[in-house]
Design a protein around this ligand. Sequence first.
Ligand code: TTP
Ligand code: MG
Length: 359
Amino acid sequence: MKNRIIIHIDMDAFFASIEQRDNKSLRGKPVIVGRDKKQRGVVATCSYEARKYGIHSAMSMSTAQKLCPHGIVVEPRYNVYREVSNKIHEIFLTQTDIMEPIALDEAYLDVTDRCANYEEAQQVALKLKQQIWNELSLTCSAGVSYNKFLAKLASEHNKPNGFFMIKEEEAQKILDSLPIGDFLGVGKVTEQKLKNYGINTGRDLRQYSLKELTAFFQKRGYFLYQLARGIDERDVKSQWVRKSIGHEVTFETDLEPDKSLIIEKLDPIAQYISAKLIENEKCGYVVTLVIKNKDFVEITKRIRVNTPIYAKDDIMNVCRTLLKQVTLSAKIRLLGIRISKLQVRTDGYENLTIFDFFK
Ligand code: TTP
Ligand code: MG
């Protein structure tokens, strides 16, 4: 069986980056997000500028302010963070259905079926980073590997705004030199206990037999034994139902702003989406047409049809209608179509034409 390919994405200084994005005066400054409560609160997170002073999550606010007296304390805005988190998940779902969100700012994506090799997975990860930047003006770090533990390790490798891959042949070397405290599930107490056995790195861990490790640490010993050898069989648990199916194409040379040419270029995109809808036994009510011009100005037009569609010709008919509402002047660099408000396809409307369906 083919090895899995998993992407882990984690937003950089998540709460703090959102605060800096939304308030220009905080950019480039040490920002500490947390409730002050007369300095009795704790730091939720802080900007990378504040990390230089040794501030980190869960540190007491009073310590943080002692370390960096000119740090700017900002109250958390959880509803905003939640909203951004939802948008990030939507972006992830444009690339794969198998997505497991962890907390608000990270997720695992299983792209085994979607990517033939690591290079393709790299393209997906970099595309997601770019999409997050384009749509949300936030950076994240991405890691690619063949299991969850190593993918997360990879995403942490070049933080912030990083990308790193750990392929099978590179994993052991990286794990051998990994400090024991960085292994999955090793908290402060276990770390100390491991160190008492002389285990400071992955290499030290690998010197112990499975029998010894399970004797010392019970079930966790078994996991540690496996992790030291780059084995982590946890699945990416996707609880998410795909909300839309879309596809975009960026052209190598910008297109002339000519509607008949655009129709021609939209055809294979509609074909691709239709195939995806059929494969997933889905049809959708909302069609969105995306046109981005050479200056990165994006035009989106959306329409809801009365009966959900999935056939290429129906998708193209709706796109033609949407295109009529658009005025084009500059050359075009990207075209995309998205079908949303999906539902499971049931037979019985295949022969109807879309023109009956507009509201
Ligand atoms: P993290 O991903 O651990 O941290 P981060 O995104 O701020 O920084 P980076 O990933 O670049 O190292 O956590 C995500 C968010 O969760 C973080 O912005 C704030 C929140 N959080 C807390 O509220 N308390 C905590 O103790 C931690 C670790 C995070
Ligand atoms: Mg993060």
